[in-house]
Design a protein around this ligand. Sequence first.
Ligand SMILES: C[S@@+](CC[C@H](N)C(=O)[O-])C[C@H]1O[C@@H](n2cnc3c(N)ncnc32)[C@H](O)[C@@H]1O
Length: 210
Amino acid sequence: MRDNSKFWTKISRKYARDAISDVPAYEYTLDRTKSYLGVGDRVLELGCGTGSTALRLAGSVGHLVATDFSEGMIEIAREKIADSEDANIEARVATPADITDGTYDAVLGFNLFHLVEDVDGALADVAGLVKPGGLFISKTVCAFSGQTPLKYRLMFSLIKPAQWLGKAPFARFDPIDVWERRIEAAGFEIVETGNHPVAPPSRYVVARRV
Ligand SMILES: C[S@@+](CC[C@H](N)C(=O)[O-])C[C@H]1O[C@@H](n2cnc3c(N)ncnc32)[C@H](O)[C@@H]1O
């Protein structure tokens, strides 16, 4: 398996400067996510990037552990946490498999799982990290159902050469039903879904650990 963490560290400062592509979709899923979290909850975020979402959620939970396998991303997340007033958030360099400090009320993974090669292995790790009855909340870029619009066909056709040149990380775009069956097969029951943004479909899934 390729180690893509260096790719993400290389682009981390630029990633931190980039604007959110669809602010209404981002704010909507942030609000939906907050509605599932409790002020006493112990929450884990996987693939947290520069920690922006973790910081937006910290006030709604008891304790938030924000993790990412990229040292560069976590360095930026730690800088932002140090500048914030939130004392209940910490950032750690980790993959899902590295986390061994017990189970959580909720595990979050936004814009992460389409980038993970052994995605079923990662989902099995997530299942082991969520308390029975707890939540797994994710957003994952999926394939279009029906025909992919030309703009995106052109964009997707550039991914392979960019990967070959080291300018893009691994990525897989599951059809939405395939992605949701993976989540269920890992031991979850899906309670809410939606595409936010709609194109390319970023599948928001709230799932409860059975
Ligand atoms: C597209 S960014 C999303 C960051 C953030 N969640 C967001 O929504 O802005 C993907 C992030 O996942 C991290 N990542 C990718 N594969 C990972 C893995 N196997 N374990 C942990 N983090 C990973 C990358 O380092 C990167 O920070």
